[in-house]
Design a protein around this ligand. Structure first.
Ligand code: KIV
Length: 272
């Protein structure tokens, strides 16, 4: 199958919008460092997300709340250095974009200038719409993020499926329409019923990218360490593992240790 993004041209916001029009699904993965970004870019992903999930998978925090703007800039800069083709979107971390549009704009401008991002991703609907609009009006492309919003974990109390009831589903639909109206060029929907996600994707012109939102949306995103099978303990229903790097790495580390202990490594060829 020939695809819209098969050529080596840089993926832009208009590429992503065209993909929805042409019915080509969008493949998005997270990365937080240069080496992984290089691999994902060479592999051909459309969007690399420098997610605030870096707080979990890179720093070992139990929530995404502690990560700072400075830390996100460091991760994003590293990804920028490794990726030429993919569109790079960076998460605005908890508290950096909530209820004070001028301050949110200043944070967003700083993120764009210092990280080299192509776009930002911001969690929230009507509550942060003025902040998001101010940022978009300044010429910064924004991906919205609705459904399960990990930055609101202390409000929810769990990482369970969102919008199962009518009231929350209606708010989600209204928030999606609002984010489209104020100019978001895509929206991530996390962990919501597949039928609702499909209905939403069919009712907006911008791409809906799902994580735990079923197949009826315009693209998918996963955390790269999860889809590579690096963490055996994290096994939500929506996760498909494409590799078992946990086993590969454990075997390699075990072999290295035994070679060192037995003086098998380094050998003559590996010495100067
Ligand atoms: O931070 C992140 O990695 C995300 C994705 C899971 C969508 O927001």
């Amino acid at each position: 199958m020939s695809t819209y993004t098969e050529n080596n041209r840089k993926v832009t916001v208009s590429t992503i919008l065209s993909m929805k029009q042409q019915g080509e699904k969008i493949a998005m993965l997270t990365a937080y460092d240069y080496t992984m970004a290089t691999l994902l870019d060479q592999g051909g992903v459309d969007i690399i997300l420098v997610g605030d999930s870096a707080a979990n998978v890179m720093a070992g925090y139990t929530t995404t709340l502690p990560i700072t703007i400075d830390e996100m800039i460091y991760h994003a800069r590293s990804v920028r250095n490794g990726a030429q083709r993919a569109l790079i979107a960076v998460d605005m971390p908890f508290g950096s974009c909530s209820g004070n549009p001028m301050q949110s704009l200043a944070n967003a401008v700083r993120m764009m200038k210092e990280s080299g991002a192509d776009a930002l991703k911001i969690e929230g609907g009507v509550e942060v719409a003025d902040d998001i609009k101010k940022i978009i009006d300044a010429g910064i492309p924004v991906i919205g993020h609705l459904g399960l919003m990990p930055q609101s974990i202390n409000k929810y109390g769990s990482y369970g499926v969102r919008a199962k009831g009518d009231e929350e589903a209606e708010k989600l639909i209204n928030d999606t329409l609002l984010l489209e109206k104020i100019g978001c060029f895509a929206i991530v929907l996390e962990k919501i019923p597949a039928t609702l996600a499909q209905k939403i994707a069919q009712s907006v012109k911008i791409p809906i990218i799902g994580i735990g939102a079923g197949a009826g949306v315009d693209g998918q995103v996963l955390v790269v360490q999860d889809m590579l099978g690096m963490n055996k303990a994290f096994a939500p229903k929506f996760l498909r593992r494409y590799a078992d790097l946990h086993t590969v790495i454990m075997d390699a580390v075990g072999n290295y240790i035994s070679d060192v202990k037995s003086s098998d490594f380094p050998n003559e060829k590996e010495s100067y």
